[in-house]
Design a protein around this ligand. Structure first.
Ligand code: DC
Length: 229
């Protein structure tokens, strides 16, 4: 199987890049943030009154997580409840960021991601894919852009009318700090990741740039797996 790992900062266009490469190559995409978000939905349903290691351990031990596709759309269910429609709620974004650092939970999600990578030619998109989940991925990209540019993209896409560009930028810088400084699985490029700063590129150019790298690598090593564009 060919595995492509994409990690990167908030608002850097990871999902668009993953989708763009997948459409061109006919690969599957796994959005790993959605798995943490679905677990947050299930955690909320169970009405836990605190979040600590013991509570998260108790929660995760009987959970059956399933990722499945309806057309191209990824769905995630936890113990047979499909949470796909709730994943983008603000409360769920916050809860996902609080429960995702616990190693016991990450371990379960890691297994699921590795199983997926064994089954499919795929692009897995997240925070720790190249460093931790798929250290032997065939291709590793770390996507980023200047905070001001990422904030502007988010601001322009936002459905919320009451939020200013300044607030989006502040929130994004705080999330960067949390992602980079958390003790477990902090956001860092792997030593062998290609770092793509797309501050000066459109997302379409970013996709082309990464596809070129993929094809050149295969040519260089003479592998007969050359991917058709
Ligand atoms: O990418 P996202 O915003 O959908 O991610 C939701 C949360 O899950 C976010 O707080 C970071 C966390 N996450 C993670 O810890 N590891 C991943 N591979 C993907 C997401």
């Amino acid at each position: 199987m060919i595995n492509i790992a994409i990690d990167g900062t908030v608002g850097s266009g990871k999902s668009t890049l993953a989708r763009g490469i997948a459409d061109r190559l006919g690969f599957h995409v796994l959005d790993t943030g959605a798995i943490y978000r679905a677990l947050a939905c299930s955690f909320r349903d169970e009405k836990h009154n605190k979040i600590d290691e013991q509570e998260v351990e108790e929660f995760i031990k009987d959970k059956n997580i399933e990722v499945f596709f309806v057309g191209k759309n990824q769905h995630v269910s936890v113990n047979a409840i499909d949470y796909t429609n709730m994943l983008r709620e603000e409360e769920i974004s916050n809860l996902a960021s609080q429960i995702s650092p616990y190693p016991v939970l990450r371990e379960k999600v890691r297994e699921l991601q590795q199983e997926f990578a064994k089954k499919y030619d795929c692009i897995i998109e997240g925070r720790d894919i190249a460093t931790d989940v798929l250290p032997n991925a065939d291709f590793k990209f770390f996507l980023t852009a200047k905070p001001e540019i990422r904030a502007m993209r988010r601001y322009q896409q936002s459905q919320e009318k009451n939020i200013s560009y300044g607030e989006v930028l502040k929130d994004l810088k705080e999330r960067d700090y949390r992602d980079e400084h958390r003790e477990v699985a902090p956001l860092n490029p792997a030593k062998d990741s290609v770092i793509v700063d797309n501050s000066q590129m459109t997302l379409e150019q970013t996709i082309e740039y990464c596809l070129n790298i993929i094809n050149k690598e295969y040519d260089k090593y003479g592998k007969n797996k050359r991917i058709k564009q």
